[in-house]
Write a protein that binds this ligand. Sequence first.
Ligand code: KG4
Ligand code: ZN
Length: 340
Amino acid sequence: MDLYILGIESSCDDTSAAVLKDDLLLSNVIANQEIHYKYGGVVPELASRAHQQSIIPVVDQAIRQAGITRDQIQLIAFTQGPGLLGSLLVGISFAKAFALAKGIPLVGCDHMQAHVLAHFIRKPNQEYRVPSFPFLCLTVSGGHTQIVRVNDYDSMEVIGRTIDDAAGEAFDKAAKIMGLPYPGGPIIDHLAHRGNPVAFSFAKPMITGLNFSFSGLKTSFLYFLRDQLKENPFFINEHLDDLCASIQRTIIEILMDKLKKAVEDTGIKEVAIAGGVSANSGLREALNLAGREYGWNVFIPELAFTTDNAAMIAINGYFKYKKGNYSSQDVTPYARSRMR
Ligand code: KG4
Ligand code: ZN
């Protein structure tokens, strides 16, 4: 069919554009917004302004890297939600204008579904190994934590979700408590390699079923450090690696316990992870281990497709296009997840 798809992702603090030829990856450009680092979190107004500045150069670069011209793009896919409304509006407005100017169709995509579908991006010169339906996907990002039963490309059911903080938020908040910069997840991951994961233990949630909770862990971590700092003001510096390794181990155990329960409840042993936190080396290792121990068939995305990227939006657009599932010019963004 040879359909050239331009994907646009602007839901949070990364501006990304990607080009696929059908499901084959041609380019995936991501511009990180460094402006937020000094504020210790994403400032929505600054994020929208940075998207506005980056979107044209990022799209240009993606098209150039794909080795095609703008006129060859036949479909434009964009993130409709969930995310920061001001940031989403930049991507949507760009997509509408591009579609109108070129007379091509437009497809709005759900960011959380796109994280799951990132598993189906075909990479040049690589074996195409994809999960078969139905499979389970633990989707863990900065704003969401879900166990999804994936029945088809466009049929997903959330069977477990967080009732408070997301897993990525738990990493970021723990990092902030230790005085580490935003986003803390990758930094904790890095420092954890040098620490002892069982040096400290923190309260784990007592929540039944497949739902998650991370706010109690954050409080337990905060109180533990407050008490230790009273005795020794240098406690964090002296134990940073062990603290990182221990908090990471706890978050991973919480995630893996529920994932194991989901496999038991559903009988589905085809298990994937997705979203920013799926970049975590400890979580990736834990999933591989569970795969070997319990006979699961596991799927771990390449690092480039864990955190926010437009290639996952373009692949989502590809599957929607095949079903004739387009958006109109009056499409609007949404802030909260629509996955049920
Ligand atoms: O999917 P994503 O890029 O954006 C959202 O949709 O939220 O996820 C971002 C989240 C942040 O909380 C970040 O700290 C976390 O993913 N993250 C990690 C790692 N890399 C990114 N958390 C733990 N370990 C990592 N290596
Ligand atoms: Zn995301």
